[in-house]
Every structure is written in structure tokens, then in C-alpha cells.
Design a protein. Sequence first.
Length: 565
Amino acid sequence: MNTLEVTGLKISIRGRELVKGISFSIAQGQRVCLLGESGSGKSLTAAAVLGRLPANAVAKGSIRINGVEVLGVPTSKRPDEARVGMVFQDSAVALNPLVRIRDQLIEPLRRHRGLSKRDALSAAVELAGSVGLPDPERLVDRFCAELSGGQRQRVCIALALACTTRLMVADEPTTALDVVTQARVLDVLKKYTAGKNTPALLFITHDFAVASELCSESVVMKDGTIVEQGQIHGIFASPKDPYTCELIRAARAATIEPYIEKLQAEDQPEPMPGLAPTYFDISGVSRAYPMPRKKAFAKPQMKVALQPTTLKIAAGERIGIVGVSGSGKTTLLKIMLALESTDTGAVVSDGKEVFPAEVRALKWYRRRVQYVPQDPASSLDPFMTVRDLVAEPLVRLNVPGDRDEAVRVALESVGLDERFLLRRASELSGGQAQRVAIARAIATEPDFLIADEPVSGLDLPMRESIVALLTRISEERGTGIIVVSHDLSMVASMCRRTVVMHGGEVVEDAPTAQLLTDPQHPRTRELLRAIPTLHVLPQTLLTDSALSLLDSPGKALPAQLTRKA
């Protein structure tokens, strides 16, 4: 008997069929991934399995978990043998910020395993340690806001394991993690799934490389239908559908191997630009934060987020700042955006002091240095139209000129036409929202864009589109770009210089070509090793159509693959 059996599943919302009669199964001891870009129906299928479909969704077909029909049955009314463990994409939302980790782990242990409070606490500590959390006895006493993203994600895995289910569903659990933490989370999932006495895994992702690291079987979805399914290495070796070919090509482009192969084939790495004047002169900046007091009147301990850091960035330069979570990237970004003060040091931009300086006197700086957020969906007002969103910085910064024309030019630069002017942010897809965020940033014609993980939540084709867009804007407008990311492959595709941070300090600063082919610092080598590898069979086994797509990233795609973001 299969652990999960989905047969003829159809899901409609407001009369529109979004999942169109799909069928697949997961046997005990299997890890199966649902692959596809945003809007393919992956998450909606998972919601049906979990009993979490929207109230206005109409579902038909059959979903059986351990032989029990669960389609249309609320989670609370399902029998124990049909329970499902869930690892959510956003661990910060999945965990209760007001409840300590130990109490969140104790609850499912007592409810599903019938343990006493004392035994549940011991089991919670043991479970936290088993998923790789450091110092579990102390960590379980913390709140989720005091944990890193990777630690929160491992707590979510521990919560799913505490339920002792025979099926676990993981929805994009590594999307927002740095590559080192991602590798650790994947190792934990490998350890606790697909064994004789462990739950089977339904893994939902748009990342073929991550899927090939973890899963043995794959189901590829597009527009609510299954275009291919079977052994994952067989699909990668001989993709039958052009859509799968494009996803594989995009996945290969998202790994580091193509860039290293290209650079190693070149005689001389391309040198960094050295003639442009210095635009950012960051000298000795540092920042520390007080930690929560363990006792009411205890002296607070300070956590150093950024060691004294010195960095010079030339005008028009494209530079990547990479590192694992907690390395100091975001703190440095906030200081450069004048959103955070410094304990020591100074920031000078184009010869003018940013810190120390009066924050209210920095309107000139806000216009010349703009920000591209990681999650545009949460940074754009859902009730404002695209026209008002793009015009807002022009109004607030008193930019002279025809504002309607400036909005139109900015939208054209990111590939959006006048049809989008009256749409609200809530009506945009993820890729469209990211393009509007970029249009807002370039509307004031800034000298520099500072982008924080600009593609971390996007599927692979959309990721390529946004990277190409930022590169084109930089080349056409002469705009400098600072990309803060944990993704070395994305940085390699657009930046000629890369800065690696760890423990709040810069550990390596070199041309990207040199850093990829001859990394000097152990932390840089660790980042390179942790990047997922696309595990495919030799290219001699690929079909001719697949080979032509894989080896020609710039080649025009078949008509069915072209779409607007």
C-alpha cells in the first residue's frame, strides 16, 4: 500500500481550474519532489494533501493517505493514520513568536505520543539535538526571534518529526537559507525520511539542483498538469518535454559549475575595474547589539554583529557581498542604506558624510542610493496602484520633472507596459512585484542600487530574468549595483567583484573570477562546496533537443516557454 495516492485531482477556484486531473503516488521509503515554476499548481496540490485548501476551492478526485480517503476532510477530523507532518517555507511565520521553542516542541510530543510533561521536555531536547541544533538544552529556552533562519527551519523539521507521521510534506523549506545552512537542512531531511521506520517525503520546490540532491522520484508540473514523472535522474538525463528542458537549463545556470568551467577555460580572468572614482568609502564601521537579559537586573551582554570593517566601492561597480546567515551582511547593508547607526567608523558617499550625519539631512542620499527589497510582496502596499507605488519616491524626495513620464520610463525599463499602471500590488505575480520594486528604485535615477537577496524567492526562469534585468539596467544607465546574497552562483552571473563575510568581518575580497577558481579563505571554500550540484547523467545520454537548450542559454526558447514575468 502506498503512503500517498493522488488520483485524478482537480482543484478549481472561482470557476478557474488550477489543478487539472493529476495522479501520482509515494510509496513507503520514497522521497518524491513536485517540481515546477511559480503558478504550476505545486503548493495547491500540497494544500489538498494537508487539508488546507482555501475555503472557496472546489476539489474533485481522490487523495488517500495510508489507505484513508482524506480529500475534503478537515485536518482536525482525520484519523491518526492519516496525519501528515508539515515543514513550511517561512519558518518565521510557522513558529509562534510568543512561545518558547521548548513549549512548541512539547505540545505535539504530549498530544501525539502521550508523554508526560517531564518526558516530553527530555524528548524535546533530544529531538532538537538530533536535527543538528547547537546546545539544545539552552536553545529550546529561546524564542524563535532569537534564532537564525537555519535554526528556525530545523525547529520546524523537529516539530514535524514530533508528530510521528508516515508522511512529511516540505514546501520550499530551503528557499530563503544560505547554501551552507541549506546543505545542513537537506542532510537532516535525508536522515529522517525515506527509511524503513521514517516518514516518506513529498518535497515541493522549483530548484532542480536541490531536488536532485535529496529525491529519487520527480513529478514535473506546468499550468496544473503533470508533464513528466518518474526517476529524477532519468528525467534529467532524457527530458521529453521542452518545458522540462528549460527548467534543467535554468537549474544548471543556477549552479556554480558553468561559471567555473568558463573561467578555467579562459587564459586570463577579467580584472576588476580600477579607474573609476571611489563612490563608497566605508572605514572602520562596527555595530554591536545588546542581548536579552537572563535576569531582570543583570548587565546585558553585547553581541557583535559587525567587526570594524573597511571597504571601498567604485562608481558604477557591480559587487556582490556574500556569506552565511549571521555573517554581518544585513548589518552592513543597513548601515550603507543609512537605516542603522554605527558604533565606530564612518561612511562617506561620493565625498559626503553619511555617518556620522543628521539622518533628516540625508534626502540627497536617499535619492542617489536606492534599495531593492528581498520580498517585494511585503514591502509594497497591496492597496496602492503600480503608478502610485513607482511615483511615491519621486513625490517624497521632491524629484523635479514630469512624474508620469518618469513612471512610464521606469516601468518600460523593467519590461512592464501601461496596462500595469492601474493594477494593485496584490494583483501582481512574484516576478511582476519584483519588477515593480526595481522600477520604484530606478525611478529617481540613482547612482547605486543595493539589492538584498533580490531573487531568493523566485523560480529559476524568473531568477534568470531578474538577474538579466539588473545587469542590463546597470550597463545602460551606468548604475552601480551592490548585491547582498548567500547565492554565489547568482553573484557570479552579474558581479565582477565579490566580498565574502563571516563572523561580522570581511574574510576575502577579490575579483569574482579569481574567487571562484582559486578561493583563499576556508569560509569561501565552504560556500563553494555547499552549492547544490545538479546531478545528471552524462550529456551523451541527453536528447538532441535537450542538448541544444542546455548548451545555448541565450537561444530563443520555444513559443510555449516564452512568457512575461
